[in-house]
Design a protein around this ligand. Structure first.
Ligand SMILES: C[S@@+](CC[C@H](N)C(=O)[O-])C[C@H]1O[C@@H](n2cnc3c(N)ncnc32)[C@H](O)[C@@H]1O
Length: 250
């Protein structure tokens, strides 16, 4: 009998049975907060076309679709895409992209491209190419949102607070503490060393945007519970206000 060697890459990790979300309640609370923050971010756009890159379980997507957005979901982990396809088959306003669909995407069709809590799992050189590709998918007046970007430094207190404060408030503190231990002793810790864990400072994100002819604005809030992490809007022109004629969320 062969032993399971464990995940070698982040996409293998996320496709598998990990303890980042400690139970169904945690997953629900995480995505309720995400939906609230994303609706805030989309305010001012009518029926926006949103591509969520590295979407994970994407439980906020129905709330966005109910508010008038059309949402395309893409995740590199095949196991995640299978879960999404089962969950959202036939759901109005939500399209789950396969690997081929993602590769075939061209042109400026999206008002918002969201990359939430993903950059830390990508090599910095790969991020450079990804930003160019995603910016190329934006419609005129569109914006690339880089959210939950992890700044350099340890940040343990903020990470613990982001997990434990909502857990205490929403009744899953025990499972959160157990999950913390499980994650600490799981492949997650090792993968941070072997697969890498990228951090970006605010000036580095601004410079990344500038190198590719984009303007960056850091938002006063982050998407999600971790207030130390950062959210940026990148766009071809001044960002933060939708230009005249762009869609407004109904
Ligand atoms: C921490 S989860 C974030 C999920 C979701 N965006 C959220 O904020 O709830 C990171 C996700 O990024 C995906 N991912 C990692 N590397 C990726 C890549 N190169 N391309 C697309 N998705 C990737 C993983 O499969 C995982 O679902």
């Amino acid at each position: 009998m062969t032993s399971n060697p464990g995940p070698k890459t982040w996409t293998e990790f996320f496709a598998g049975d990990h303890a980042i979300y400690v139970n169904a309640r945690h997953l629900q609370v995480h995505y309720e907060r995400q939906a609230r923050d994303l609706l805030r971010l989309l305010a001012g756009r009518v029926r926006p076309r949103l591509l969520d890159f590295g979407c994970g379980d994407a439980l906020a997507a129905p709330d966005l679709a109910a508010a008038g957005a059309k949402v395309w979901l893409y995740d590199a982990a095949p196991g995640v895409r299978e879960r999404l396809s089962r969950r959202y088959v036939g759901t109005p306003g939500i399209v789950v992209l396969g690997e081929g669909d993602w590769e075939a995407l061209r042109g400026g069709d999206f008002d918002v491209v969201l990359v939430n809590s993903v950059l830390q799992y990508l090599e910095r050189a790969g991020t450079e190419a990804l930003v160019v590709r995603l910016a190329g998918l934006l419609a005129p007046g569109g914006e690339l949102v880089l959210a939950d970007v992890v700044p350099p430094g340890f940040g343990l207190v903020a990470d613990l607070r982001a997990l434990l404060v909502p857990a205490a408030r929403h009744g899953y503190l025990g499972p959160a503490l157990l999950g913390l231990g499980r994650t600490f002793f799981s492949a997650y810790r090792g993968l941070r060393h072997t697969a890498g864990f990228s951090t970006w400072s605010e000036p580095e994100v601004r410079e990344l945007a500038r190198r590719h002819g984009l303007q960056a604005e850091r938002l006063p809030f982050n998407v999600g519970f971790n207030t130390r992490r950062m959210t940026f809007r990148l766009g071809a022109g001044p960002v933060g206000t939708a230009p005249a004629g762009t869609r407004t969320l109904s």
